[in-house]
Structures are given as C-alpha cells and as structure tokens.
Design a protein around this ligand. Structure first.
Ligand SMILES: C[S@@+](CC[C@H](N)C(=O)[O-])C[C@H]1O[C@@H](n2cnc3c(N)ncnc32)[C@H](O)[C@@H]1O
Length: 249
C-alpha cells in the first residue's frame, strides 16, 4: 500500500509512531524514504551468510533482527540461504509491525530449514540466547541516546566469539557544509520518489525528537567503547551509513 501518512494534518502534528497506520504502508515508506534500502538489506543478508558459514560447527546460532518491523530482512535471508538452514528471531515492540510480519510469513511458504520467528518485545531488556549475529537496520537511531552505549555493551557481551553486529543508521556529518548539502540531496531523493514538500516537512517535524542521528565517527566510537574488536563502514550514501562490528573469535 502507498504511504500517504503525512498527507494528513493529524500525523503532521504528532510525534512519529510505529502505529498500525505506519505498519500498513511500511514497505512503501522505507523503499521511498531510505536510499538503497533494498541493496542494504541484500548486503546485510550476504554478510550474514558469509559469517554464518565461517562458523559451520556451531549449533543453532541465532540471527537476531533488532527492530524487525514487517520482517523484510527475514525475506532477504530466505533468498540468500536457499537450501541452507538458519535460525532467525525478529524482535519489535510495535504489535502492529509484529502482526504484519507474522501475517506475511504465514501467507508465503517458508523453507522448513529456515527457522523464523517474530516476537513482540523490547530489544533493550530482552534476554538473548545463543546470539551469533545482531542486525539493527535503522533502529538504534530511535533509542534514547543515553540507552545506546549500555545497550551495545550488552549486545557485545552476549555475542558468541567471532559474532557479528551489523548496524545501519541515518547519520550527521562532521562539517556543516556537507550536512546542508547531504540533507538537500536527501530531500531531493524523497521528492523524486513522489513525496510532496508538505509530506517531507511534516515527517521531518514528526521525527524531530524521535529519530536522533549520530555522526558516523560517533557511531564508530560508540561501537569501540562497547567492546567491538574490528569495526568498519561497509556502505555509505550521503547521510545514511552501514557499519560492521565483530567480536574477536
Ligand atoms: C525504522 S524501523 C526498522 C526497519 C527494519 N529494520 C527494516 O530494515 O525494515 C525501526 C523499528 O524498531 C522498532 N523499535 C524501536 N524501538 C524499539 C525497542 N526498544 N524495542 C523493540 N523494537 C523497537 C520500531 O517499532 C520499528 O519497527
């Protein structure tokens, strides 16, 4: 369904929320609002498959998708792991998102070797069992800044040795000139994808106190302080960046 959420006055006046209206149009919203959304999802799935295969001996190692929304990553993993088993748990605290993810997967037949489940829970307090991969695509930016470092420490400490954390985020730039340029190019991207000036401005205001981006170097610093041993940027488009962080084997 087409995203028209910010055509309504009511949405423009309230803080952004992952409510049933947003869940109903979420795939279209992300495809038209996140540059290279499809490619990043596919790269994330490829990286997971690569590292999963390096650890062939480990039993039932879990891929945790933090803020799994409607389960788009599980779908990409099913394609990348064709004929090969994997264990995936998507966690999201929006009941509407989880309900939609479950509906999509009950309609589409899933390979029996692919163990996929979705849970409605809080990623911060969740008790992770046997995690080998954590993925957070565009979710950490929605956590309160003071919660982020303790949460990433928790992820690092619960990860198996050799385990991987993949994180994509909207980011700010070090230099205000670049920030202005990248922001303008990002709004152009949204306009090219059919959003009006009013929808773009309305969503920006609704997200103002809800989505708080860090600079890429601040994210790298935070991953370092959390304990990760090898950290790199694997993709960047203007003000969107994807990071990989590994725990030493
Ligand atoms: C931008 S969406 C993530 C998109 C998704 N990863 C994808 O690539 O399609 C952020 C998601 O995180 C969820 N979320 C935010 N804070 C959360 C928390 N503390 N616990 C669980 N889920 C959370 C929201 O409900 C929302 O579905």
């Amino acid at each position: 369904m087409k995203d028209q959420v910010f055509q309504s006055q009511k949405s423009r006046e309230a803080d952004f929320d992952f409510n049933p209206e947003v869940a109903g149009v979420f795939e279209d919203m992300l495809e038209r609002s996140v540059p290279y959304y499809h490619e990043v999802k596919s790269m994330t799935a490829s990286l997971i498959r690569y590292y999963y295969e390096q650890e062939a001996g480990t039993d039932k190692k879990m891929i945790y998708d933090l803020g799994s929304s409607t389960g788009a990553l599980a779908h990409a993993l099913s394609q990348k792991f064709e004929g090969t088993p994997f264990y995936y748990t998507g966690i999201d605290n929006s009941p509407a998102m989880v309900e939609k993810a479950v509906d999509i997967f009950s309609l589409n037949s899933v390979c029996p070797e692919h163990k996929i489940q979705f849970l409605c829970d809080d990623i911060i307090s969740f008790n992770y069992e046997n995690p080998f991969v954590f993925v957070s695509n565009y979710t950490i930016q929605f956590l309160r800044p003071m919660e982020r470092l303790p949460f990433l420490r928790k992820l690092y400490q619960s990860l198996a040795p050799g385990g991987v954390f993949l994180m994509s985020e909207k980011v700010l730039e070090n230099n205000s000139g670049y920030s202005r340029a990248f922001q303008k190019l990002y709004y152009d991207f949204k306009k090219e994808n059919g959003y009006s000036e009013m929808e773009i401005a309305g969503k920006r205001e609704a997200l103002e106190n809800v989505l708080i981006p860090y600079r890429a170097d601040e994210n790298i610093q935070m991953l370092t302080e959390a304990g990760f041993d090898y950290i790199d940027l694997y993709f960047k488009w203007f003000n969107f960046a994807s990071f990989i962080a590994i725990k030493k084997p």
